[in-house]
Design a protein around this ligand. Sequence first.
Ligand code: TGC
Ligand code: FAD
Length: 392
Amino acid sequence: MAIKFRGVDFIEIEALLSDDERLVRNTARGFIEDNLIPIIEECNRAGRFPRELVKPMADLGFFGASLQGYGCAEMSNVEYGLVMQELERGDSGVRSFVSVQSALVMYPIFAFGSDEQNSTWLPALRSGDKLGCFGLTEPDFGSNPGGMRTRARKVGKEYVLNGEKMWITSGSIADVAVIWAKVENEGDQVRGFLVETDRKGFKADDVHGKWSLRASVTSGLSLQDVRIPEANLLPHSGGLKSPLMCLNQARYGIAWGAIGAAMACYDCALQYSQLRKQFHDLPIASRQLVQEKLAWMITEITKAQLLALQVGRLKDNGKVQHQHISMAKRNNVWMALECARLSRDILGANGISDDYPIMRHMMNLESVKTYEGTHDIHTLIIGQSVTGIDAF
Ligand code: TGC
Ligand code: FAD
């Protein structure tokens, strides 16, 4: 059955977007349709990151899209969100790559870096000439990064880094790693460091056997007596708050991205249900139980679109709080995963085949539910916000 994406907009959300926002969304949609959709199932099967798309995505301004200067596209947060939506309509792994490059590598350099770090790294990262990764999670510290064991020690005009990072997106393809470590000579304060990945003592080993995000590179990082000049410290970073500020940027993108995955699954299931006939030569779309699933999905997608858009407008107006972003990430990823499961069900046996995108999205979304703060950690962040009580 030939199924081509038609867009999902039940209550004219299109009318809430400006001309510029629609243009950005349509450009990203066309790019994904022409360049990612034709190759993604092969990439997913092979466990291959489509590196050939890095330069074309850079040329469209997707990296560091909402940052100011350094050749960045200077998109609004809503425009950036719409790009993320379209990328993840293609694949969560490709959206992940762009999230990391933009929100977790370029943003911390922009926010906490020196002028020299900014002018060295941001143009190269924006153009895709250099790739980056973000090392916060460790084998024993995921939801609780404050417990990290990675340490930096100041020795003369250098820092010496030791530690292990785990589950690091783009780890083995990165030229530079943003590493978060506690500084021994500064009372174990968390600071960010730029570590060029060809430095002695730095090693990245890919995680194999993933059933999720197969088109994304995920690695473990090992730092053994890695010496970097003191100029590689991000001078304006300080405390756990700094990496958490980066996470806000990435979680915001995920809140939009998940809508893209949900739209892909829903639209595929809707079209399939209209074509697939069972009993009395009638399409399964004519059955109440199937309609209930479709009605649930379009309602939840619509609510998610409104949530992401309002959080984006708050972000553009400088009024967003990190708890707003937690709500959008938590809700929209959960919603997308439920849509993937319901859509898989509507496709019956075909739902498990990679002739259709649904099972791939479902498997990807299991990671998206866990990374950038698990669903339950975001529950606790919202709970803390409304009760004032920390339940971590
Ligand atoms: P806590 O004491 O609550 O906070 C420490 C300081 O930070 C402040 N803060 C934040 N600031 C900005 N944005 C946020 N989201 C913030 N959350 C907290 C807080 O006010 C405090 O400030 P101050 O001035 O008092 O020092 O810290 P905690 O140790 O109790 O932990 C809180 C918790 C659990 C919410 C946090 O650690 C957390 O978010 N855990 C989840 C970890 C996580 O999300 N890891 C993601 C790793 S990166 C990743 O997954 C990339 S996937 C990439 C991809 O492929 O897309
Ligand atoms: P844990 O923290 O061990 O949690 C396990 C379970 O316990 C979860 O259900 C969690 O909700 C629950 N739990 C934990 N604490 C509590 C509590 N207080 N109350 C109730 N329940 C709790 N990290 C990076 O730094 N950079 C990256 O680029 C990156 N990319 C990733 C890519 C992929 C594909 C994946 C899967 C992960 C990536 N991560 C990355 C790591 C990710 O951020 C962590 O996996 C995530 O923060 C959860 O940590 P954990 O896996 O150690 O789970």
